[in-house]
Design a protein around this ligand. Structure first.
Ligand code: FRU
Length: 487
């Protein structure tokens, strides 16, 4: 084992007993992580880079951490890929960016700070070490005519190829107008020509959703002729992270023709996703799951930030997206329980005594009656004081994560978050619980991610309930999931 792998393992061991630390989601050995970066499959192996502060659980002096997987589930830590270096354009930090295969040369394009510029690095040893390009920065900042309006916000290059040309999108803003994504073109990845904004937001519009003041972390996916643009919206303040958005449309003559727009992920904790195109032709997305607790608690814990599960993104008719966890995750399934035909009402809840746990996958199909309200309670303490509820209300067609009782600790987030779904005859909830991480896939197209921090070690209870009306549970599968770390 290399020294860096051994020290990563030692750090992981030290934190392994933390009851809030997820066991089957990727997260770094210790300290701070935010965005996924530079996702790429190289010689069959999945490479995940990430925004990383290896020194403390706060966002500062960002490096690129690196891990590799052959199955999308189990990860091996590799040495840090990019380190901010005095005298270079990334002296203040190596911020987010992407990876591409340039005719056999793995190449990273990333944000150097400060000021915010685009840097390039290449690898000659299968992504293990990276050589900083001597002509950096390859783009020294926003186009001069836009500079004042961007306030210098210019980051997160996303690069793709069309014919012989490379294109790049840069996250930015236009003061007094809204977020924007700036489009560039190049033939060699080092000389870039600014074309025009691919899209400009309108920060004065609050419906159907506020798109914020600045856009970060673009991704542009191609499904035949159809395109899907993803980006993350920032609010009025520098670290006022809002949510990831998507817009479907077409790309013609270097212009984007938007069709439909929506919130990519609900729940308030998933941000800055990046998508990889794998050898099987799948678009696989990861996002950063933020923490929901104060900095002092992060300092105490010694770590912050988790990667979401890997999720397959595909377009659906009507401008919606299908979001489903990758099937590879089924390899984590251990003990299994299955139930069918359970009737729930206010007087008959269904307590799942055997499967009490904080590391579970659940797949439930409900047949809602008229005017009913029902759901799943997770992480319940024996006295019921702590519990998190996932609730569906048929009248409003809303799925809500109710967290007001999720923790006895008042210093952690305990707000609720709801999403309106398209109701059908069956409501399918696919739930992943991993200590402080809760991810829910509703009917294969709506995805919520949240964080919960129960105080009581025994808050492991699980229950199905109805609080008004009746509902039939057609089927319920529960699996206890294995840890992905061999520690
Ligand atoms: C998104 C982001 C990116 C930036 C990175 C810095 O969370 O703000 O725009 O490159 O984080 O860590």
């Amino acid at each position: 084992m290399t020294t860096s792998a051994a020290s990563a393992l030692a750090q992981r061991k030290e934190l392994a007993d933390d009851p809030h630390r997820p066991q089957y989601h990727f997260l770094p050995p210790a300290n701070w992580m935010n965005d996924p970066n530079g996702l790429m499959q190289w010689k069959g192996q999945y490479h995940l880079f990430y925004q990383y502060n290896p020194y403390s659980p706060v966002h500062e002096r960002m490096h690129w951490g690196h891990a590799v997987s052959s199955d999308l589930v189990h990860w091996t830590d590799l040495p840090i890929a990019l380190t901010p270096t005095p005298g270079r354009a990334d002296a203040g930090g190596c911020w987010s960016g992407c990876a591409i295969d340039n005719h056999g040369t793995p190449t990273l394009l990333y944000s150097g700070v400060y000021p915010q510029v685009v840097c390039l690095a290449t690898s000659a040893d299968d992504l293990l070490t990276w050589q900083y390009y001597s002509g950096n920065p390859v783009i020294a900042g926003p186009p001069p005519e836009l500079l004042a309006g961007t306030g210098g916000h210019f980051r997160d290059p996303f690069v793709w190829k069309e014919g012989n040309c490379w294109y790049m999108l840069m996250g930015s803003k236009i003061e007094g107008v809204g977020g924007t994504l700036l489009l560039y073109r190049s033939l060699d990845l080092t000389t870039w020509e600014y074309l025009h904004p691919l899209l400009v937001g309108d920060a004065s519009k609050f419906q159907p959703v506020w798109t914020g003041e600045m856009w970060e972390c673009p991704n542009f996916l191609a499904f035949g002729d159809q395109r899907v643009l993803l980006f993350s919206a920032l609010g009025a303040q520098e670290r006022d992270l809002l949510y990831p958005l998507y817009i479907t449309g077409a790309f013609r003559d270097e212009h984007f023709l938007p069709l439909a727009q929506g919130m990519l992920v609900h729940g308030g904790y998933f941000y800055a996703p990046q998508v990889m195109h794998d050898d099987q032709g799948r678009y696989i997305m990861w996002g950063w799951l933020k923490e929901g607790r104060r900095n002092s608690l992060l300092e105490e814990a010694g770590w912050a930030g988790v990667m979401s599960l890997p999720i397959i993104v595909a377009p659906l008719p009507g401008g919606r997206l299908s979001l489903e966890p990758v099937p590879e995750l089924t390899m984590l399934r251990e003990k299994h329980w299955r139930y069918e035909g359970i009737e729930l009402s206010r007087v008959s809840n269904f307590l799942l005594e055997d499967s009490r746990d904080d590391r579970l996958e659940m797949l439930a199909e409900f047949e809602p009656g008229q005017h009913c309200e029902f759901g799943v309670k997770l992480r319940c303490s024996p006295d019921g004081q702590e519990q998190t509820r996932l609730v569906y209300q048929s009248a409003s067609q809303q799925v809500t994560i109710e967290r007001e009782q999720s923790s006895a600790n008042s210093e952690v987030d305990r707000g609720n978050d709801s999403v309106v779904i398209e109701a059908g005859e069956v409501l399918k909830l696919h739930i992943f619980l991993d200590h402080s991480v809760l991810e829910v896939f509703v009917n294969g197209c709506c995805y919520l991610a949240s964080r919960i921090y129960p105080e009581c070690r025994d808050s492991l209870g699980l229950e199905l309930f109805a609080r008004s009306g009746t509902v039939r549970v057609r089927s319920l599968d529960i699996w206890r999931l294995a840890s992905i770390w061999n520690i």
